[in-house]
Design a protein. Structure first.
Length: 264
């Protein structure tokens, strides 16, 4: 019986507060967090999860990483005997469900957006979503000579180098990477800060300036020329609503059709 229980054991991780590190990248809640970790240990929790905010660690300038606050948090987790899941949070905290603090992406990155706003996802009305960089700049060296992917890679390399102690000790057992607004793989679809409500159908939001003509043609072929339709259609929602069905979409299987009739 005991063997069966262990075979089916599911580890339990608890999310640390979003503001465990302050907006000025300081760890000022040592006693409070130590007490919370003690209670979690007593409750039999396996570990904790923490957002490692890009906007805090690299907030002062390109490659000017400051991991000191997170090292202090990780030390307490290690002392408590808990495991740690670290989330590489390349998105903004603020404007989504449960966000109790505002931590934007680095200011020097947003400064690029002041002169080239197409680095952000943009809806058809021209409204920018500054929570996350569009995938269109993944390979564009717009950020002091680096592409978005290079910035993310450099950040994670620095994390590995600075957190080697916790990696080698087995304290950090999982590293997850945010892929969009709120860390979710969406583009951004239904930004709460702009009035959208999940699970409404949302809006097709993108920017094509940095997407090469060749890439667009390849995607159009793969999607049966859906992209051409998407750029011209008037049947997709343009303002916040909770509808889950349009002429081109269906909630039944999350399907999409280029021909006006949702697929089954």
């Amino acid at each position: 019986m005991a063997g069966n229980m262990l075979a089916n054991y599911v580890q339990v991780y608890v999310m640390l507060p979003l503001d465990v590190v302050s907006v000025d990248n300081k760890f000022e809640k040592g006693d409070e967090i130590r007490a919370q970790l003690k209670k979690l240990t007593e409750a039999g929790v396996d570990g904790v999860m923490i957002d490692v905010w890009w906007g805090l660690v690299e907030g002062k300038g390109p490659k000017a990483y400051d991991w000191s606050a997170y090292k202090q948090v990780f030390d307490l987790v290690h002392e408590a005997g808990l495991k740690l899941q670290a989330i590489m949070s390349f998105h903004q905290c603020g404007g989504n469900v449960g966000d109790v603090v505002n931590i934007p992406i680095p200011q020097w990155v947003r400064d690029v957006g002041a002169t080239d706003p197409d680095i952000f996802y943009t809806n058809r009305g021209g409204t920018r979503n500054i929570e996350y960089l569009t995938l269109g700049v993944d390979d564009q060296p717009l950020f002091h000579g680096r592409t978005a992917v290079q910035m993310y890679a450099d950040y994670m390399t620095s994390f590995r180098e600075n957190m080697k102690k916790f990696l080698d000790a087995g304290t950090i057992v999982d590293i997850e990477v945010g892929l969009g607004p709120a860390g979710e793989m969406r583009y951004p679809s239904y930004p709460q800060s702009q009035g959208w409500v999940f699970p409404g159908i949302g809006e097709m939001i993108s920017t094509w300036k940095q997407t090469s003509k060749q890439q667009r043609q390849r995607l159009a072929i793969l999607s049966g020329n859906c992209l051409t339709m998407l750029e011209s259609t008037t049947t997709l929602p343009r303002k916040p609503n909770s509808s889950r069905t349009t002429e081109h979409t269906s909630p039944r299987r999350g399907s999409f059709s280029c021909h006006g009739t949702p697929t089954n």
